[in-house]
Ligand binder design. Sequence first.
Ligand code: 5AD
Ligand code: SF4
Length: 456
Amino acid sequence: MTKTRKRLYIKTYGCQMNVYDSERMRDVLTPLGYEPAEEPDHADLVILNTCHIREKAAEKVYSELGRLRPLKEAKADEGGMTIAVAGCVAQAEGAEIMKRAPVVDLVVGPQTYHKLPELIAHAHRERGEALDTEFEVEDKFDRLGNDRQVDGYTAFVTVQEGCDKFCTFCVVPYTRGAEWSRPVDQIVAEVRALAAQGVREVTLLGQNVNAYHGEAPAGREAEGTWGLGQLVRHLALIGGIERIRFTTSHPRDMDEDLIQAFADTPKLMPYFHLPVQAGSDKILKAMNRQHTADEYVAIIERLRAARPDIAISGDMIVGFPGETDEDFEATLDLVRQVNYASCFSFKYSRRPGTPGAAMFNQIDESVKSERLAVLQDVLTQQQIAFNEGQIGKTLPVLFEKSGRLPGQLHGRSPYLQSVHVEGPEHLIGQIGEVVIETASRNALSGRLVNPEQDAA
Ligand code: 5AD
Ligand code: SF4
């Protein structure tokens, strides 16, 4: 294969799974001579890795395509620019995109991006045919292999994809397909390869990550499948890996073994993202969440009993169809009961093709906005209180890079808070103990317990 240097620009929208997918697309294209570019100008290949979870996703893609058009035209004389749309909007509206935006050369769904080299070659031959949005997740991971180029000390690893829960507001079961888990061996090989490149922290990704049930190392017939707790304990044995996280979990899939893993695996960070979406049982039912508010709180209590220093983050939706003031109050009550370290909150967005979109009792935008403001106020106060609660504590911090000021390091606490300290650069890539001195809404600062700490 002749290799000419080509420039690749990937724009990533949405969740961490898309961040992972973008990295893997880059890995697939590196052998073809593509090198990452910071800007789309002059790029030979531009990929928009799109998200469909909330409103205006498709519109955002079309307006970005509008911005790319003159860049593509300007490059017509210097070899041209190939434009690809990937991710969940591609999955949901692939054919429509090809039709509406002639600037697009190819469309690739989340389960077929390992075929990008073929699709690009095809698009260069004849425009209009390069569309692949099949669901063949197994094939994807087999073909991707473990060759990953990472820079930095933290990495995402997809362990599970897809979702069979069909919450009535959500497009994921339609864009990412049915639930599927990668075999344990494949994940272990990928994490080992990451550790060999210096990665210290892995975040295991899945739309329903705690439903993980991957083929055991001895094979499905001999040993069946492993749950997430078993997988986490096993990954904790890999040399160099100091921290493990996973996201996103569903309350229905919380088993005792996973709760125990928080108790018996110190490398599993005491910070857990468990979305509940609403606090009213009526709304939870309409959302098809398949659990009550009390059941959710009971899980949080079990987690706190297993790991007293655990902090919880969540996701909330306001203004789901039929939500009354009383239902919204129930959400506020639940938030007060749980006391989140951090929580994302969204106005319900009517997603075409989901059952929620067809419900007749939609809520006015103005009501949604009011409720969101009230909820976010409470959540912000909780986040500030949580951060301020760290003052005086000593936290292990993974230093990721230099800080903005000279002599400063930037790192992350077990709770993913940004932490700034004065310290020597050789600590980057290591974990150091930091006494927390100040806290704001988004960051902590403090001093190193042992500034003489040697590089590992
Ligand atoms: N409207 C608003 N928020 C949504 N989410 C998913 N679908 C919708 C929607 N239709 C939120 C949920 C989910 C997070 C990833 O996005 O809170 O947990
Ligand atoms: Fe969407 Fe519900 Fe599946 Fe989460 S569990 S991905 S919210 S359908």
